[in-house]
Design a protein around this ligand. Structure first.
Ligand code: ASP
Length: 305
């Protein structure tokens, strides 16, 4: 039986009073998500089930910027991106600009399982969601008080330039290694506050916000989606491991601190290799992250590098 491992992040981001005031809630949710998915792995469930369950839990948590609690865009609506990938056979699915679907990563999983496409967006994705019978919610379900307050404050007080510069991250990502030695990765986000309607971020892009291959690693990226897209963040980590023989930690550090050392924005990565080693790296003030393996108890970090 392979070593079991789960690693979860809740976004690479700047600090805020809201985060400091709600730190226990943020930490409790990551702990719960980690424990839910580790229990599935211990029961012999596949890594795909474990990452989907972790992300579903965080999509339902109002504190994280995914599903309920997503960032509000410049026209006052919520549009979500998510992706999921199976490291065993490279099957993958993703959704972009998604509205009304309670758990975007579950729709991405349906695409992975049943569709010959990989990425569905906008109206077509909603139609697919209805066809698959996934749970839908009214727009008001997704808009929670702290995101609404932030939106109103920014709308009324800030200049266009200031709005563009302000970021509200909190995307979630999960990677698991199951008892059969298979890796899976998944990620889900409401994007960044005040982003333009129709903006699609890295979380919808396989090879950028999410990637998994049993030959290299499972990996999730977070931070400024545009920076992650330019540097093919998740795929680059995998490539450095597969082609250059870097360890999982070396590859994450290289992408964040060498390749992107001059990046003007937040970037973060978490990854697991096929032996269950975990790599994590970020350039932001904080990155919510937690992990647990067959030989390491639950561990969590927020501000520490
Ligand atoms: N990468 C996400 C996006 O740009 C945001 C985040 O990770 O917090 O949509």
């Amino acid at each position: 039986m392979s070593k079991l491992a789960i690693a979860i992040h809740g976004g690479a981001r700047q600090d805020s009073e809201f985060i400091r005031n709600n730190l226990n809630g943020y930490k409790e949710a990551l702990r719960e998500a980690t424990e839910i998915s580790f229990t599935l792995l211990k029961r012999g469930k596949p890594a795909l089930d474990a990452v989907e369950a972790a992300i579903n839990y965080l999509e339902d948590c109002v504190l994280y910027n995914a599903g309920r609690g997503s960032a509000i865009n410049s026209v006052g609506t919520v549009e979500m991106d998510a992706s999921i990938m199976d490291g065993k056979d490279l099957r993958c699915g993703s959704v972009a600009m998604l509205r009304f679907v309670k758990n975007p990563v579950t729709l991405a999983r349906h695409i992975l399982e049943d569709s010959h496409h990989i990425l569905l967006g906008g109206e077509g994705a909603i139609e697919y969601a209805k066809h698959k019978g996934v749970v839908m919610e009214h727009e008001s379900y997704f808009v929670v008080p702290h995101q609404y307050d932030l939106f109103m404050k920014r709308r009324d007080q800030l200049s266009k330039k200031e709005k563009e510069e302000l970021k509200n991250h909190g995307t979630v990502g999960a990677i698991a290694l199951d008892s059969k030695g298979n890796l899976a990765a998944a990620t889900s986000t409401g994007g960044t506050s005040f982003n333009k309607q129709g903006r699609i971020g890295d979380a919808a892009m396989i090879g950028v916000g999410c990637f998994a291959s049993n030959k290299s690693c499972g990996v999730c990226a977070t931070g400024d989606g545009e920076l992650n897209i330019r540097s093919i963040a998740a795929g680059y980590v995998s490539m450095l491991m597969e082609e250059k023989g870097m360890s999982v930690q070396e590859a994450c550090d290289y992408v964040i601190h060498v390749k992107n050392k001059n990046a003007k924005g937040d970037m973060g990565l978490i990854a697991i290799d096929p032996s269950g080693n975990i790599g994590m790296s970020h350039n932001s003030v904080l990155m919510h992250r937690a992990w647990m393996t067959s030989d390491q108890d639950f561990t969590q970090k927020v501000y520490e590098k």
